[in-house]
Ligand binder design. Structure first.
Ligand code: BGC
Length: 265
């Protein structure tokens, strides 16, 4: 099958220049967006200009334990102070979001469930906030916008987002779908599985998952992101590519540029 993944190393990484300042300089004009990516192990943020180009370095803090809404909002507020002026906020959250409200928290504190995150964060920062699933945001930064595109993110959990002509299907929680041996994709490919089973076995499972998902969705292109994408040693199919972690944040601009009303308030 031409699509199939095989076992040779392939890696691609894009970094924000290390000369990018921590604080946006005064010479930068136009609307500034603070883009935030919340993960099971880290919370990251940077400022973007109107075109989605980084204005600052990416700040990172460890996800607090317990990872409550209050503790994470505090981190985001601190980032806001460090990064300088901004006009609006985009957030990628690792769970189901509907109209700014969180519905699941597989890898975060359960206090997130039914939490009106967009509204409360907006009140805390005094800025408008747009919120979507982390994999959705990551994909917005990377997909071509043509045909059917699948994004998988490999980190603490397994994120998934499916796009038709660049528009994401909301709440596409493939990570929690059964995959093999009564385990879900996330059970088999998340951070805990990688730590327990080691890279070789994890890569073999990933190849199996890619083949299986292709048979279900017949996507035109596949993108794989997340912190553990760097651990991929299989050769990906020709219609697949690795997207950088930065895209998880750069996609934040698209929440404001695209007409994604179904994802917003
Ligand atoms: C969540 C997804 C999220 C993924 C990656 C999963 O456990 O259910 O919504 O995208 O982790 O963070």
């Amino acid at each position: 099958m031409p699509h199939a993944a095989s076992s040779k190393k392939k890696k691609k990484k894009k970094q924000v220049s290390s000369t990018t300042p921590v604080v946006a300089t005064d010479s930068t004009t136009g609307i500034r967006t603070m883009a935030v990516d919340i993960g099971g192990s880290g919370v990251k943020a940077m400022l973007l200009d109107e075109a989605g180009k980084p204005l600052t370095e990416r700040l990172r803090a460890k996800t607090p334990q317990p990872s409550t809404p209050k503790a994470i909002i505090q981190i985001i507020a601190d980032f806001g102070k460090q990064l300088g002026d901004f006009d609006r906020v985009s957030v990628g959250y690792p769970g189901v979001i509907k109209k700014g409200v969180v519905y699941t928290a597989a890898n975060l504190d359960k206090k997130w469930i039914e939490y009106p995150f967009a509204e409360n964060l907006s009140t805390e920062l005094g800025k408008p906030v747009r919120l979507a699933n982390d994999a959705v945001v990551q994909g917005l930064g990377g997909v071509s916008g043509e045909g059917v595109e699948l994004v998988l993110t490999l980190g603490t959990g397994m994120g998934a987002a499916l796009y038709l002509e660049g528009v994401p299907i909301p709440s596409f929680e493939m990570g929690h779908h059964p995959f093999r041996n009564d385990k879900t994709y996330e059970d088999e490919l998340g951070r805990r599985a990688l730590a327990k089973e080691g890279r070789k076995k994890w890569n073999k499972r990933l190849a199996e998952a890619i083949d299986q998902l292709y048979k279900v969705f017949y996507y035109d292109r596949l993108y794989i992101g997340g912190g553990n994408a760097a651990k991929i040693s299989i050769e990906l199919p020709k219609d697949a590519k690795i997207i950088s972690n930065e895209e998880g944040i750069l996609g934040g601009i698209k929440l404001w540029q695209q007409n994604l009303d179904e994802l917003q308030q």
